[in-house]
Design a protein around this ligand. Structure first.
Ligand code: ATP
Ligand code: MN
Length: 536
């Protein structure tokens, strides 16, 4: 590649979107980006050589500040309301101009060409323009990395323009606050400002793929992790944040396809991304060796704290946020599939972290129950109340990914239902949450047991065993499972107070039914009949 002509072409491209900055760092290596971050005093290395930075005010996504431009293209295709917040095009154009001017006046900016979708047929070229080097390192880690020879005639399909220190003015910019993430499907640009949380960039691209792939290419996009067994059998793991997608897909016995975003075609499952974004809270080498060992030079840690006077990470420390994270390229996981594509799924797992502790730790779903659960998208968070008392709160996030889905949930659900029937996929529900009582009484399910249950399901060891239908939620619960004590398989059995269990289960069943009201009109009788049974 002729370096100067390439840089000239990139500069020209940037000018076209309004960025006139002659001092760009184009396509730097991780080493260079780390060095620059250190020089700028924006990060430090931990004792295993990974870069540690703070993302600033925002240590998580801000769904209320994520907008989609409502224009001719999106007005009648996006499912407005909920997480899909409209913004008028004039605000987008105005903010794009302001953000571009802001970056034009910076001493230097970081530019990177990358792509999404490991399946060549759906490749989406992305050019990111960042205000700082560590955000650019995140993009290196998380997006797919083009080969040197592919850069020469690289033409971006989409741009991400990102500047954490640029603040919008809600009074004139049409935003809610100073921070924003705005997607324009017409301009093919994502604008991000006022937040340094890197996850906004990856979930921004995920959002656009959740529109483009199902709507324009008839490919199902999914908020899930995926891996491949020795026999080539693919498993996908759907689940909301914190339910175990990243943790459970990292399995020494199986090749990792990806930990968060995938597409399902007629003959494959493919990763959208080129890296993982793992939670670090309470991370240990014993329980999660693959992730722990990925914390090495090139990895980017966010918002972690060191043990006093050392550069050793205190994984238990939540003083900045509970959402401490590390991003790293897929190759940092020793058994990653390369390229990150697998065949058709044989097993699907719906992961839920039920803080009420009433759902069975593993169960098998009928196709109708699978659709009911997919549309419901249940998990429970442990929410703090004003009095400082924490108690579980049910979250229903349709298709296990409502914040990232621009289309009506029926779009995704219908595609998944068809695929499950067509390919006779086994669907399991796994409760990675509480057992022996809800939050405060019981304990979170041991990771080793959850792993053993998933392994048993994948190896066919749950095929021959006896099952019993859960009287409230309907799914089939195995009576025995290799390497798991039988007494924990029935959630009710683990509660000392059975009456309390029945009350909490009934209460959760009610919440399922209430939440499902809005979907009833659009689904079959069979799916409606898969609802939990409510008493009184
Ligand atoms: P996100 O979408 O935010 O990336 P995720 O679904 O990938 O979320 P993980 O990063 O896998 O979620 O988080 C699961 C967390 O729960 C990890 O910190 C893991 O150590 C912890 N955990 C504790 N017990 C279990 C269990 N039984 N199964 C799975 N995870 C568990
Ligand atoms: Mn994850």
């Amino acid at each position: 590649m002729e370096v100067t002509t390439k840089i000239d072409a990139v500069l020209k491209g940037l000018k076209r979107i309004g960025i006139k900055n002659g001092n760009i760092h184009y396509q730097l290596s991780p080493d260079e980006l780390v060095e620059q971050t250190l020089l700028r005093g924006e990060g430090v290395l931990n004792d295993t050589g990974a870069l540690c930075i703070n993302t600033g005010e925002f240590t998580g996504r801000s769904p209320k500040d994520k907008f989609i431009v409502k224009d001719e293209r999106t007005a009648n295709t996006v499912d407005w309301g909920g997480f899909n917040i409209p913004i008028a095009e004039n605000y987008f154009i105005n903010l794009k101009a302001k953000l571009s001017t802001f970056l034009s006046h910076k001493q230097e900016v970081w530019v990177r060409d990358a792509y999404a979708c490991a399946d060549e047929r759906y490749k989406l070229n992305i050019r990111v323009i960042n205000e700082n080097p560590w955000s650019n390192l995140f993009c290196y880690n998380m997006f797919l990395r083009p080969k040197e020879e592919d850069l020469e005639d690289f033409v971006p399909d989409w741009h991400i323009i990102q500047a954490p220190s640029f603040l919008a003015d809600p009074a004139t910019d049409g935003t809610r606050q100073n921070n924003f993430s705005i997607v324009s499907f017409t301009h093919k640009i994502i604008l991000i400002g006022g937040t340094g949380y890197t996850g906004e960039m990856k979930k921004g691209i995920f959002t656009i793929l959740n529109y483009i792939l199902p709507y324009e290419k008839q490919i199902l996009s999914m908020h899930c992790s995926a891996n491949i067994g020795n026999e080539g059998d693919v498993a996908v793991f759907f689940g909301l944040s914190g339910t175990g997608k990243t943790t459970l897909s990292a399995d020494p016995e199986r090749k990792l396809i990806g930990d968060d975003e995938h597409g399902w075609t007629d003959n494959s499952v493919f990763n959208f991304e080129g890296g993982c974004y793992a939670k670090c809270i309470d991370l240990s080498a014993e329980k999660e060796p693959e992730i722990f060992n990925a914390i090495k030079p090139g990895a980017l840690l966010e918002n972690i704290v060191f043990l006093d006077g050392t550069s050793t990470i205190d994984f238990a420390n939540k003083s900045i946020t509970e959402n401490t994270r590390v991003s790293y390229p897929l190759s940092f996981i020793s058994n990653a599939a390369e390229p990150s594509i697998g065949g058709l799924p044989k097993n699907i797992f719906f992961l839920t972290c039920d803080a009420y502790g009433v759902l069975p730790p593993i169960s098998k779903l009928s196709p109708e129950q699978a659709m009911y659960q997919f549309i419901s998208g249940y998990t429970a968070k442990v929410a703090g109340t004003e009095a400082g008392v924490t108690e579980p709160k049910a979250t229903f996030s349709t298709c296990f990914g409502a914040p990232f889905l621009p289309l009506h949930p029926g779009f995704y659900a219908e595609m998944l239902g068809k695929k499950i029937r067509e390919h006779k996929v086994d669907v399991w529900m796994v409760n990675t949450g509480w057992s022996g009582g809800g939050y405060g009484v019981g304990k979170r399910m041991k990771l080793a047991y959850t792993r053993a249950m998933i392994t048993a399901a994948l190896n066919g060891e749950l095929n021959g065993v006896a099952y019993e239908a859960n009287p409230v939620f309907g799914m089939l619960v195995p009576k025995i499972c290799p390497n798991v004590p039988s007494e924990i398989l029935d959630a009710r059995n683990t509660w000392a107070d059975k009456a309390a269990y029945d009350e909490v289960a009934n209460n959760l069943a009610k919440q399922f039914v209430e939440n499902f009201e809005k979907y009833k009109a659009g689904v079959s009788e069979g799916i409606i009949a898969a609802a939990p049974v409510v008493n009184g």
